[in-house]
Write a protein that binds this ligand. Structure first.
Ligand code: FAD
Length: 521
């Protein structure tokens, strides 16, 4: 008999697998020896009260073996001689588009401006040592895209939950831990992600696809209104049946080139703000309602806040429990922060983006830049943040309460941000439509969660790459650019995703859309 059972455990029981079978046997009123296999289907923490409950769902095999989970095994066909599709960008959107193309029997040619994960790691080491940002190899650009050196959170607020389960299964097949298959808020961690990305590359190449690094696409080959291929910076031409453009939201040169080439792009609302860091112990105390913190058996606690302030959303974003803040600029004269954590989420710090929604009507003074208005606004604020920080990736920073009360911080707490922080009156130089809303948002979050609004926390500038300020318009049905046949704008950079899994889902959907298009031709 195979059966499914929900049980509620305490944190100690949930953290130790040896408790599972006896508890399940008791619940089923059978002897432990009759259980031949168990599989965790779901695990979530209920921390609404001080007595923390762990809700778990199991599949249990009694007197027989657990069947092999076929959905966890992927057998990619050889596509070497099949029709070629160009995929620009090896972030989650591009890589999942490529894998899906293989499944559908097409040969993906992946072109990535950055380097392989292995070489990218060296460049990040160099970035921290020299404080010089390589414009093609950094925390956003390179194999795996912006998601490689991250917390690897694998959940999405997106309502388009389509093939989420499949994405998790593919990541698991390529080396991600079992927990991502059943945890309510799964994450991989920056120590595991690079291995997963390398394995995805190996799958694409083993199937006969191609992955080219240091291969920056700089122009598009068009025949009337149909795309036939791309040109790269080093003068090469790549031709294919179609182009999936998955270059992420930091590839500003891509937006500029499209705009110059009269390939329509449009301004969209986006979000900007700061990154905030609290002691993890304080977040544990607040979220687990316990002055002693999380204890031995619970994971580092996270939080999620959202509040409307004068018609715009203010919200926490990409929270990294037990993580570190990293310099996420992609070019010179930019000061940009983001966050990442390892699978163990075990630093003493809890960081999160704190973003304010920005609509095109908030940027009247940037009107002259048309669809690139938001992009210019981002650039200006990143440049100002760079100057305020001392022009060497040191981040301008202010204690949280000092920021809310409009006061300079006389000193700053220790932070996880390796290049260091410098005290700055951020309430004065952040644009008022951002700083005012952040101040009011922080007050609201402090009311919701006692202890959250505190001078033990510090904000760092600026969190400017939360979402794309530009959309590359595509048809709802065909997923092709509204004016260019065969061009599939994809992922976060095109404005159709936000985060690793939603970008990956969009990648798959673009590959499926290409398949429908090709079948019709
Ligand atoms: P990207 O990941 O940006 O990939 C685009 C790729 O295209 C890049 O590799 C880039 O080098 C390449 N490219 C750009 N221009 C060109 C060109 N002209 N020619 C060739 N290649 C080009 N999201 C989560 O869901 N969970 C998290 O925990 C999380 N943490 C993050 C931490 C950090 C530090 C950062 C920076 C981001 C994090 N994000 C997280 C966001 C997430 O990484 C992105 O939403 C996601 O990677 C977007 O996927 P994408 O494939 O659309 O674009």
């Amino acid at each position: 008999m195979i059966t499914e059972i929900d049980i509620v455990l305490n944190p100690k029981q949930a953290s130790d697998e040896s408790f599972y079978k006896p508890i399940l046997a008791q619940k089923l009123k059978i002897k432990v020896g009759r259980i031949n296999g168990i599989q965790i289907l779901r695990k979530s923490i209920d921390a609404r009260r001080r007595y923390i409950k762990i809700n778990m769902k199991f599949r249990v095999a009694v007197d027989e073996k657990l069947p092999v989970a076929k959905e966890l095994i992927f057998d990619y066909p050889n596509v070497q001689d099949k029709k070629k599709v160009i995929v620009v960008g090896a972030g989650p959107a591009g890589l999942f588009a490529a894998l899906r193309l293989v499944e559908l029997g097409y040969c993906p040619i992946v072109l990535e401006r950055g380097k392989s994960v292995e070489d990218r790691k060296k460049d990040l080491g160099q970035l921290h040592r020299t404080r010089n940002v390589d414009p093609d190899s950094n925390y956003s650009f390179g194999e795996g895209g912006a998601g490689t050196f991250s917390d690897g959170k694998l959940y999405t607020r997106s309502k388009k939950r389509g093939n989420l389960k499949k994405i998790l299964n593919v990541l698991h097949f390529h080396g991600a831990q079992d927990e991502i298959l059943y945890e309510a808020h799964p994450h991989i961690g920056t120590d595991v992600l690079p291995k997963v990305i390398v394995n995805i590359r190996k799958s694409i190449i083993a199937a006969g696809g191609e992955v080219h690094f240091s291969c920056k696409v700089t122009d598009y080959l068009l025949d009337a209104n149909k795309i036939t291929g791309v040109l790269t910076q080093d003068g090469k031409t790549f031709k294919g049946e179609a182009v999936i453009l998955a270059t992420g939201h930091s590839a500003r040169d891509v937006y500029r080139k499209l705009n110059e080439s009269d390939i329509d792009i449009e301004a969209k609302s986006f979000a900007m703000g700061v990154r905030i860091e609290h002691p993890q112990e304080l977040i544990d105390q607040i979220q687990y309602h316990n002055p002693n913190g999380r204890g031995k058996y619970l994971p580092a606690a996270s939080y999620s806040f959202v509040q409307q302030i004068e018609g715009r959303g203010v919200y926490s974003f990409c929270m990294c429990p037990g993580g570190v803040i990293v310099p996420a600029a992609t070019g010179e004269n930019q000061q940009v922060v983001n966050g990442m954590s390892s699978s163990g989420r075990n630093t003493a710090f809890a960081n999160s983006g704190m973003a304010v929604e920005i609509r095109t009507e908030d940027l009247a003074e940037y009107e002259e830049f048309g669809p690139l208005a938001g992009l210019h606004f981002q650039e200006d604020l990143e440049a100002q943040s760079f100057v305020e920080g001392g022009e060497n990736l040191t981040a301008p920073a202010q204690r949280m309460k000092d920021f809310v009360e409009g006061r300079k911080s006389e000193n700053l707490p220790k932070t996880s941000y390796h290049p260091g922080v410098v005290s700055s009156e951020m309430h004065k130089w952040l644009p008022e439509h951002i700083s005012y809303r952040l101040q009011e948002g922080f007050k609201a979050f402090g009311r919701k969660s006692k202890g959250f609004l505190t001078n033990k926390a510090v904000i760092l500038g600026v969190e400017s790459r939360t979402s794309s300020p530009v959309r590359i318009p595509r048809d709802r049905e065909t997923f092709q650019h509204t004016k260019v046949e065969g061009l599939f704008p994809c992922g976060e950079g095109a404005g159709y995703a936000g985060g690793i899994v939603s970008a990956a889902m969009d990648g798959e959907q673009c590959a499926d859309a290409f398949d429908r298009y090709y079948a019709k031709e």
